[in-house]
Design a protein around this ligand. Structure first.
Ligand SMILES: [Zn+2]
Length: 337
């Protein structure tokens, strides 16, 4: 019954602006991706905005679009109109929303990519039904986002929560952020490879598949490769995975001590290897959280929307600026299912 109403609304475009690729999708009010265009990310500000403009125009030829949302891996201004700084993108204190709005003549909103992802999971995926939700995106590093009573929490300056750079090991591994011992140095795809290399260095006589590969080509040891070798039962890879699970569980205990969430969503590239680490991480979390054994624990789930979450969330946040009355009725109908 809700479909005629939903179909009458303009669609929105969500764009994942990554360091390597731009992926722009038309998304409907049920979070379904209807159409996607992709292109490499240009390295200059002007060329990047040209590419975003082109992507939206192409999608607009095929769909009626009402607003655009950008999911950006970087710091966004508190009013979500400007990109302050994004390590892999050319924007620095750039009023991106205003510039693109002027070019496209459409409302454009910006959102931190992890915030967009948690919003998508909350509306359509693994965080549906959650109240206080933490999303931990584990890939090259660790990204995080926080929903408090169903509202995105962005902090005073729009940069919260930076959980990946909590220091868990004083004087620990060096981090590109300039500090040492950050959580993501022990709990990321990069960390998996680094731990495997350390394990091999402490016992160079080990003759496992991973050890032979590493001695032939040390650069071949990526997090993905370590996860693959763990899947095949390689003892060094399994030990690296166990170390990762320990740090994940410990970090989730910190996160629970601070936020007391009811739901934690594990996302990012490493989440696809969850069967190799999630049970161990849950056990460590249950052991390490303050009040262990005398308090309810957060449910821990893996992402349902995967890599598309940022795009879908940005599109859904853009939909909120449309503010049409029909939307409200379709949303009430949906929330009742
Ligand atoms: Zn750091």
């Amino acid at each position: 019954m809700t479909h005629p109403v939903a179909d009458a609304l303009p669609l929105t475009v969500g764009i994942d602006v990554g360091g390597t690729n731009i992926r722009a999708s038309v998304v409907d009010g049920d979070g379904e991706v209807l159409d996607t265009v992709q292109s490499p990310t240009p390295h200059s500000e002007r060329a990047l905005e040209d590419a975003l403009d082109r992507a939206v125009r192409e999608l607009r030829r095929r769909h009626r679009i009402g607003a655009v949302g950008l999911a950006v891996a970087g710091f966004i201004s508190g009013d979500r109109s400007a990109v302050r700084f994004a390590p892999h993108l050319p924007w620095k204190d750039a009023p991106v929303a205003a510039r693109l709005t002027a070019r496209l003549e459409l409302p454009v909103i910006l959102e931190h990519d992890a915030n967009a992802a948690v919003w998508a999971e909350y509306r359509f995926g693994a965080a549906a039904g959650g109240h206080n939700v933490v999303l931990i995106a584990i890939g090259t590093g660790v990204g995080a986002a926080l929903l408090i009573e169903g509202t995105l929490y962005r902090g005073t300056h729009g940069v919260a929560p930076e959980l990946g750079h909590l220091q868990v090991v004083p004087h620990g591994r060096a981090c590109p952020c300039g500090k040492h011992g950050c959580w993501e140095r022990y709990c990321s795809g990069t960390a998996l490879a680094e731990t495997a290399i350390e394990l091999l260095a402490t016992d160079p006589g080990r003759s496992t598949v991973l050890a032979r590969e590493a001695s032939r080509d040390p650069g071949s040891l990526t997090g993905r490769r370590v996860a693959g070798a763990a899947q095949d039962g390689d003892p060094v890879a399994l030990a690296a995975m166990a170390d990762f699970a320990h740090w994940l569980g410990l970090g989730l205990a910190f996160v629970s001590d601070i936020f007391d969430p009811d739901l934690i969503v594990i996302a990012g590239g490493v989440s696809s290897s969850a069967p190799l680490f999630l049970d161990d991480a849950r056990e460590e979390y249950a052991r390490a959280v303050t009040g262990a054994g005398h308090r309810p624990l957060a449910r821990i789930r893996t992402t349902q929307l995967g890599e598309a979450a940022g795009m879908i969330g940005a599109a859904e946040l853009a939909r909120a600026v449309l503010g049409e009355p029909g939307r409200r009725s379709s949303r009430v109908a949906r929330s009742g299912r």
